[in-house]
Design a protein around this ligand. Sequence first.
Ligand code: GAP
Length: 501
Amino acid sequence: MFIFAAMTDNITRPEENVQLKKIIAHAKEYGFVYPSSEIYDGLQAVYDYGPYGVELKNNIKDLWWQSMTQLHQNIVGLDAAIFMHPLTWKASGHIDSFSDPMIDNKDSKKRYRADVLIEEKAAVYEQQGDLDKSKNLLKEMGQLLEKENLKGVNELIIRENIVCPVSGTANWTDVRQFNLMFSTQIGSVSEETNTIYLRPETAQGIFVNFLNVQKTARLKIPFGIAQIGKAFRNEIVARQFIFRMREFEQMEMQFFIRPGEEIKWYEHWKAKRLRWHKAMGIPEHKLRFHDHDKLAHYANAAVDIEFDFPFGFKEVEGIHSRTDFDLGNHQELSRKKLQYYDNDINESYVPYVVETSAGADRLFLMILANAYREEEVGEGENRKIRAFLKIHPALTPIKAAIFPLVKKDGLPEVAKKIFDDLKPDFNLIYEDSQSIGKRYTRQDLIGTPYCVAIDHQTLADQSVTIRDRDTMDQVRVNIGELRNEIEKRVSIRNILKELID
Ligand code: GAP
């Protein structure tokens, strides 16, 4: 969603921010997500993925990719470049419409989103119990933005006595539209004509390649093109960890259809994408649809799939009926025919498009937020809190940890042999230092679903224990059955099978 993307971002529940803080701390402490260039105090809204983070993110992307391209004969992949011809962004509407209203405070020199400042004021009224005042303020702002009346937004900020949280003054500039695209120069001469943009969505790489892909993969409508890649937005409000970043990854699929069939396919993909989120283990009650109040410039129907984050229900994926907006505009500006000849009805037309657009980083945060558990275990003096990540076993960074009970009596040798035998099949960890209890705890904290222990009984009867992360129960299995036992628990097939129509 464009202009109104962060309308309610600031309205958070304080007790739940404690939960978010815990998740952020956990993500850093256990190698999931670090602030970018941290030794220089970080770069706002830019993050790096650590050793377990990159595995988890890759697993989410693999699942998405396979469920799009492998499960659908009529959906193929693409990997288009980040840089595109500048006219792409003229045709797509991003140069003219991809903006947020911003305002600067002249004393602190800080920049804010004007709509977010007003929303914060509305949240204060709400906290004071004056719901009508809060609602009316938001309504008034919505109407002004709808009419693109930026002067009116400015007057509203003054009327509401909104001050800069840093300087405490109301010494504001005018409200201006701020384009969210990052620009840079291509070639050596810095002239206007050399300005190119870092793509703000991956979708346009698909649109401009639509005929190349259709012809070379010999596709018939309806068909889809899927792509995973980086996108960049110069977000003014950048907070809530990896929820709103300046550099992030999208997983987008454009589904090309006959004009007039868009509502049928829109409903189809809406249901399908919700099912996908549930198949990853996200409970139904934490997901909901939210119809867009104001449609983006390209859409005639649009809905968000929202997840109940610690800071409230927020968008993780959008499903948009984009009509022929993009292909039509590219056709006009490039003067190249972007039409499809439909043999079944003997007609040429510019196809309509239904898009599914998910953010890999937001899905990552959703999975982390859903997985983080604290549970009381033990009795009496041994009572303690056990923290663990209940991530779907098919998505965890590490599938199993292999431990010899003690570092002697030949147990490490047996454990290493098992590790070497299984490492081509699964992402494993071998560990033999510290007590086995501490080793279990460490794996719980990174979400490893199974720990395999090699003990003295192993030497006698070739059996090992498998400990389950969630129940902490252990079962004994024969070493010869270990591969199958792990496979049946962690395979991505378990999710893909649920997604077959
Ligand atoms: N092609 C359509 C499009 O880009 P969008 O609703 O602006 O639509 C799609 O973005 C998805 O991309 C969102 O649902 C979200 O998951 C992700 N996304 C958008 N902006 C983001 C940001 N600043 N940081 C992280 N993810 C973002």
